[in-house]
Write a protein that binds this ligand. Sequence first.
Ligand code: A2P
Length: 318
Amino acid sequence: MKSFSMREGGRMPALGLGTWKSASGEAGEAVREAIRTGFRHFDCSPIYGNEAEIGAALADAIAAGEVERDELWITSKLWNSCHGRENVVPALRRTLADLRLSYVDLYLVHWPVALQERVGIGYAKTAADFRAPEEAPIAATWAGMEDAFSLGLCWNIGVSNFSVTKLESLARTARIAPAVDQVESHPYLQQTDLLRYCGDNGIVLTAFAPLGSGDRPARVRTADDPVLMSDPVIASIAASHGLSPAQVMIAWAIQRGTSLIPKSTNPARIAQNFAAASVTLSEREMEAIAGIDRNHRFFKGALWTVEGSPYTQASLWD
Ligand code: A2P
């Protein structure tokens, strides 16, 4: 398995298991199954509502001798209502208690969006639930991330859903540079400029929704969304290798130098996705996939840009 040597330590396997949308009662078993299959990288967040179940599964797998803690790469994220320097360490401690771990390998600022603390691990109900960027600056939240790092509660720190502009702004105040930017990326949203910026600055780009997230909730669907899984270019490459479209997208993502976290709770698809990490595509196939980019964002962050919110589509994706 290809892995990335991380700037603050350790190696992150390129392919991880996503756990957003993994339902209660399924998420833990998916993690156990993935560990048995060979996955070592798991992507979590408190907003996914399953960290405690995943923590129990990790503890069981370790107790059963299936894996050791130091072979695992566990990522979690700071939720939007926990921005602000003083809130980061307590939020991470809650996640660690749920995951039954003494540290995570990587802790990310989930969104460049701040909510009032009273919102808890949830979403804004009204515009008053937001905190404007001036009220809760990323620089202050990042100082809290650095505190968590200094305490040894996370071994690497990074961000998610950050544009090049936001990474540049963070670089002006950060004492510790972000190790990762986790963003939506797949053949219809290739994020080539961001990937180049990350490469030039020692940041690993982790792709979320790498398969086009066909199980995304209705609230984030729009009428113009294409179906990535049915793309004819991907389908023809898949057919010529005897692979599935998902496997081609996984191989492509690894080969172009990103990390990625496809979600599955299905044992056969978990195994299929893991096997895809060993697939090599030809130069021509890589170019053919490069040619189908549509700059199409499935996750527009519309939840954060409702009427009256201090965040707009233009400011979110600046
Ligand atoms: P399931 O969990 O039933 O396997 P993304 O990671 O882009 O958010 O995509 C997740 C979606 O893709 C889920 O609906 C998941 O379903 C599905 N999926 C994951 N792996 C595969 C695969 N190898 N083939 C087809 N669908 C897959």
